[in-house]
Each structure stands twice: as C-alpha cells, then as structure tokens.
Design a protein around this ligand. Structure first.
Ligand SMILES: [Zn+2]
Length: 304
C-alpha cells in the first residue's frame, strides 16, 4: 500500500463522516419545510375565560397566517403532536386585566409609557397621604377603643354606671363602630389603589422592556419588578418543543403572538421590520404576514 492510497482512504472516511453529519442535520431541521410540524393543545388556564375550542381556533388562524401565502400546510394538529401549545395566566395578564377594568387605555407605545408613568406618579401622590392618614386614624381608633373598654370595665367592677354615664358610653361605642366601618372602607380603597399602582408598574415595565426605555425603580414594584415581559415564548428544550402564551390584549393579538411563536418553530428568528410578524414586539392587529415574513420563510426553506 502506498502512502497516497492511505491518504485517499482517510479522505474518503472524512467525507463520509461529513456526509452523515449533513444528512443528520437535514433530517433534524428539514421537517418544517418538507412536512408539516405537528402540534397539540396543552394547558389552557381557565382564568383567560377562553374555551378549548376558542383557543384551538386562534391556533388554527395563526397557522393559517403562514400557510395562506404558500398554499401549503406547515402545521397539523395531532393528539400526539410534537409542539405543545399552552396558555398560562400570570401576573402580567392580571395586571393588564386590572387596568382594563379601570378603563385604562393600554397600547405598547412610548406615548402610552409616558402617560401611564404620569398616572402612576399621581396615584402614588394620592396613595401616600391616604395611607398615612389611615394609619393615624387606625391608631386613634385603637386608643379610643382601649380607653372606652377600660372605662366600661371599671364601671362594671363598681357594679354599673349611672344612667347619664351609661348613655354617654353607649354613644361613644356607636361612634367607634361607625368609625370602624369607615376605616374598613378606606382600607379597601387603599388596597385597590395599591393594586392599581402595582399593575401600572408591571405594565409600564413591560412597555419599557419592549421599547428599550428605562425600567422603574426596583422599590416601586416589589417582586415583579424588573422581570422581562413576554407575551409568548417558544422553547426547544430536551428534545421537547413548546409554545406558551402568557398574555394578550385582544383576539387578534392572541393570533399574532401565536403566529410569531409558530414562526420561531419553523426556524425563523426576529425581524427588524416593524410590520413583520417576527418583529419582537406585537404592534398591530393585522392577520396577514408581511412581505418580509414571506421572504424570510422562502429563504429559510431554500436551505432546509
Ligand atoms: Zn420572538
């Protein structure tokens, strides 16, 4: 055997390895373009008030957004489908819902960020004196209640109070009961105010993290502050694929966020074009892909 034929042998082996690796890569990543990806519905959090059928319809509409311009199926529902599609309610949806119930207009723009921030400032300005006033009045109430109870006890030890004293004590007792009701109502009001403030902080930070604006100070928010806000998430972990939706503002946005995550499942990354479904922030209610998205998927499928 000459040295050159040995070299050819190694070279051949090397090419064979490359070939096998390429086949392996193409088997693993070709699926989305060659045959439909299968999906199944997973967890549907009942707090969204969304039936399984309604969620399924939204998922189908999201798949159709990709399929329509290509006239072919990219996704197929299957009981054993590969991608689990979930919708999970968390503090983000709760914050959005709470503000919506108060008729706050929320969009994801910089204007909305500034407006919500000034509302937050005025609510905080309202909250602080109310809270101080309430705390003082609660202290007052406790002091008066203790004094009254001590007086009643001491009269009881002496075998009862004279009529006029008794009338005064009962009158004081009634006044304190009314004060107690008033304090309870104010406590509820302040609790609601605080919840609104916390919801504002969550939503403001959501908009901030989506627009590269300043997040609010940590101390304003407590545990939820500083967490990044995502409406949805596509994950490929330990061989398992999943899409999880956390939050949406209306049915169109739900379909759009699902379509965005489906785009990731197809192998697409983010686009810099604001019209694109693959833009990281959902900014429109349109249920059509942009030309950008169509071009990106065409390009992706050329090589997959
Ligand atoms: Zn994304």
């Amino acid at each position: 055997m000459s040295t050159s034929s040995k070299t050819i042998g190694w070279g051949f082996l090397f090419l064979l390895v490359i070939f096998i690796v390429l086949i392996f890569i193409s088997i693993n990543s070709s699926k989305s373009c060659q045959e439909p990806l299968t999906y199944r519905l997973g967890k549907i959090d009942e707090r969204f008030n969304l039936s399984r059928e309604e969620f399924n319809t939204a998922v189908k509409m999201a798949a159709a957004m990709w399929e329509k311009p290509f006239h072919r199926d990219f996704f197929r529902e299957d009981a054993d489908g590969e991608i689990e599609v979930n919708i999970i309610y968390d503090y983000r949806q709760e914050a959005t819902d709470r503000l919506k119930n108060l008729h706050y207009k929320i969009d994801r723009s910089k204007n909305s960020y500034e407006e919500l921030k000034s509302r937050l400032e005025s609510l905080k300005a309202e909250y602080e004196p109310k809270k101080v006033g309430l705390d003082n009045d609660i202290n007052d109430y406790n002091t008066k209640t203790n004094a009254l109870n001590n007086e009643i006890e001491s009269w009881n030890r002496r075998g009862g109070a004279p009529q006029s004293t008794y009338v005064r004590l009962m009158k004081e007792k009634d006044e304190l009961a009314a004060l107690r009701e008033n304090l309870k109502a104010r406590q509820e009001e302040i609790k609601t105010l605080l919840e609104t403030i916390n919801s504002l902080v969550v939503v403001i930070n959501e908009i901030a993290s989506n627009n590269n604006l300043d997040l609010l100070d940590q101390q304003n928010i407590g545990s939820t502050l500083g967490r990044e806000f995502f409406e949805g998430f596509y994950e490929y972990k330990n061989g398992q694929r999943s899409i999880t939706i956390y939050q949406y503002n209306n049915e169109y946005r739900l379909v759009r966020v699902l379509a965005h995550e489906f785009g990731h499942a197809l192998g697409l990354s983010h686009s810099k074009n604001k019209e694109s479904i693959m833009y990281p922030i959902i900014q429109s209610d349109s249920l059509e892909l942009s030309e950008d998205d169509v071009a990106a998927l065409k390009e992706h499928c050329k090589s997959h």
